[in-house]
Design a protein around this ligand. Structure first.
Ligand code: CA
Length: 223
């Protein structure tokens, strides 16, 4: 696993590098935005740890440029404040996750592992499965041309299913991606949320969309 760390604070960069190397990652450090951008384009990293505050090009612009150029390396953004604005801006720019400074190294590791496991997936602007259209950019869903109003979590669940059309997704896998952590032991939260989505996406249209695969999980689209 090769990770690029874009951070100009020497002490912080060194600490992250040392910690990640200890975990077996190969780590490159970049102390400037434009340098990090060209490295990220040139090499195939498994993840990018990106500080927002960088000289010559900030993390938001860097991430946005990277995505616009079609590079989908998973990005973990480091923000200085726990500001909602920062988070929204980061996610809008195409970051996959963010961490607020100061953070525990263990958390950085856990998030990085999750990102690397997920891998880089090309994100099409609009997802289309059957007669359902989901637009991640505008956060809208419609079925047969009619708008369907989903909560943020319902949206995330549907988006995850629609990113894997024809694939049966297990409950633990859905949990991990949509809720971003593993529930210890049994939890029916996935089933509950599938129920919510069905109520809005299926009932008014009187036809199914999400298939239940008994004993395994859920799927959408043609198997
Ligand atoms: Ca910095």
């Amino acid at each position: 696993m090769r990770v690029l760390v874009a951070e100009d604070e020497v002490k912080m960069a060194r600490a992250i590098k040392r910690g990640l190397e200890h975990e077996g990652y190969v780590v490159d450090v970049s102390s400037g935005g434009t340098d990090a951008l060209s490295r990220a384009k040139e090499f195939e990293y498994d993840a990018l740890v990106l500080d927002v505050m960088l000289p010559d090009m900030n993390g938001f612009d860097l991430c946005e440029t990277l995505r616009k150029d079609g590079h989908w390396v998973p990005v973990l953004m480091l923000t200085a404040r726990d500001g909602v604005e920062d988070r929204i801006q980061g996610l809008d720019a195409g970051a996959d996750d963010y961490l607020v400074k100061p953070f525990a190294f263990g958390e950085l590791l856990a998030r990085l592992r999750a990102l690397v496991r997920r891998g880089a997936t090309e994100r099409p602007t609009v997802l289309n499965v059957g007669d359902v259209v989901l637009d991640p950019a505008s956060h809208t869903v419609d079925r047969a041309g009619r708008a369907v109003d989903l909560s943020a979590r319902e949206f995330a669940l549907l988006e995850f299913l629609m990113r894997h059309p024809g694939e049966v997704l297990t409950r633990p896998r859905i949990m991990e991606h949509v809720w971003d952590y593993n529930y210890a032991g049994f939890s029916n939260v996935v089933d509950v949320y599938v129920g919510y989505v069905r109520k809005k996406l299926e009932q008014p249209f009187e036809r199914p969309f999400i298939r239940t695969v008994r004993g395994v999980g859920y799927a959408v689209g043609v198997p």
